[in-house]
Design a binder for this molecule. Structure first.
Ligand code: HMG
Ligand code: MG
Length: 308
């Protein structure tokens, strides 16, 4: 009997942006390009190449235009650039991105520190950027940071997140990524938030973006899957953090959630060994070991033997 088709889960690779933006060692442009090409070859369908923010604020992203210029692009992937304002949009458009990602937060403290705007100011600025992008045929993704807690303002209510999600949806975002910026959320909070959001948004419009500071990110992905979410951001090797949230560590590792999601019976279209190889090549340019548990297990020769 033919095997039933497995349900698809979509992973957006954010390592080249969210991961690398917080690395202090200099990563050469060529290494970033090879990292991205390796991840796309491994099957990742959407990849955040970098950001067009002020280079003084995030120096590691200063060469994003050059990364775009050097990339050999695959028709199978969508290449995204993070953009805070019109100036960033002009740079991203010139670089030839397929999509931009606009980013704000559910808390005023983080929004002010991160982009020097209030939430209202950011959404007003984004309205102009989104209008230009849509006219130019560039897709628009949205981010809401601090979905559970803000490093400057404490706990965040689900209703505050829902209000920003609504406003990003009104700007025509094709999906909205929900960031647990400082990685404090637990499955109980994931459930509380998603029950509110899924009452008014389709699960396909939402993406979960977990940082793993308190070690809950894989459990949070499992909980989100159970509630119907099929889109996740992740960072190869578990790279990352956020320069404006000092306590944040890396994103949940792409390898770790691939292992989880595939073993739960879903199809990600991604090849774990290919992701590990891309992480491995990048690791040579970093001044610390990679955090991903699955990356380490594969590197030690464990995972394939036991679990095929
Ligand atoms: P500002 O200082 O308020 O900007 O910074 P401004 O509009 O007053 O302009 C000041 C100068 O910056 C001007 O130059 C502008 O041209 C220039 P001058 O006239 O002085 O020579 N400028 C720019 N230059 C290059 N690219 C630009 C740009 N914009 C203005 N795009 C700004 C405001 C948003 C620019 C600044 O705050 C910034 O760059 N912030 C970056 C923040 C960032 O990258 N944070 C990390 C990413 S967010 C994140 O990691 C969270 C996420 O992963 C989700 C989660 O985990 O929760 C997405
Ligand atoms: Mg992030």
């Amino acid at each position: 009997m033919a095997e039933a088709a497995r349900e698809r889960v979509w992973i957006t690779e954010v390592g080249p942006r969210d991961g690398l933006q917080n690395e202090t060692s200099h990563v050469p442009t060529e290494a970033k390009v090879a990292f991205i090409e390796g991840l796309v070859s491994a099957g990742l369908p959407q990849i955040e190449v970098g950001s067009f923010v002020h280079p003084r604020w995030v120096p590691q992203m200063a060469d994003t235009g050059e990364v775009f210029a050097q990339l050999t692009r695959s028709p199978s992937a969508r290449y995204v650039a993070l953009v805070p304002n019109l100036r960033g949009y002009d740079r991203a458009h010139a670089a030839g991105c397929d999509a931009i990602a606009l980013f704000t937060a559910a808390s005023e403290g983080f929004t002010a520190k991160n982009i020097n705007m209030s939430i209202d100011e950011s959404l007003a600025a984004f309205a102009r950027v989104a209008e230009r992008a849509h006219a130019d045929g560039i897709a628009v993704r949205g981010y809401v940071s601090t979905i559970f807690a803000c490093p400057y303002g404490g706990r965040v209510a689900p209703e505050a997140v829902a209000a920003v999600v609504r406003r990003l949806r009104d700007l025509g975002c094709y999906e909205i990524s929900l960031g647990d910026t400082i990685g404090v959320g637990t499955p109980a909070e994931v459930r509380r938030l998603l029950e509110v959001l899924l009452a008014e948004a389709a699960s396909d419009d939402l993406v979960m973006h977990f940082h793993d500071t308190w070690g809950m990110a894989v459990a949070n992905v499992a909980q989100s899957l159970e509630l119907g979410v099929r889109r996740f951001d992740a960072s190869a090797g578990g790279l990352g953090g956020c320069p404006y949230a000092r306590s944040a560590t890396g994103n949940v590792a792409t390898e770790d959630i691939l292992y989880l999601i595939e073993h739960l019976g879903y199809d990600t279209g991604c090849d774990l060994e290919g992701v590990v190889a891309a992480s491995d090549a990048l690791a040579a340019h970093l001044d610390h070991p990679l955090a991903s548990r699955v990356y380490r297990a594969v590197a030690a020769g464990g995972a394939r033997g036991a679990h095929g």
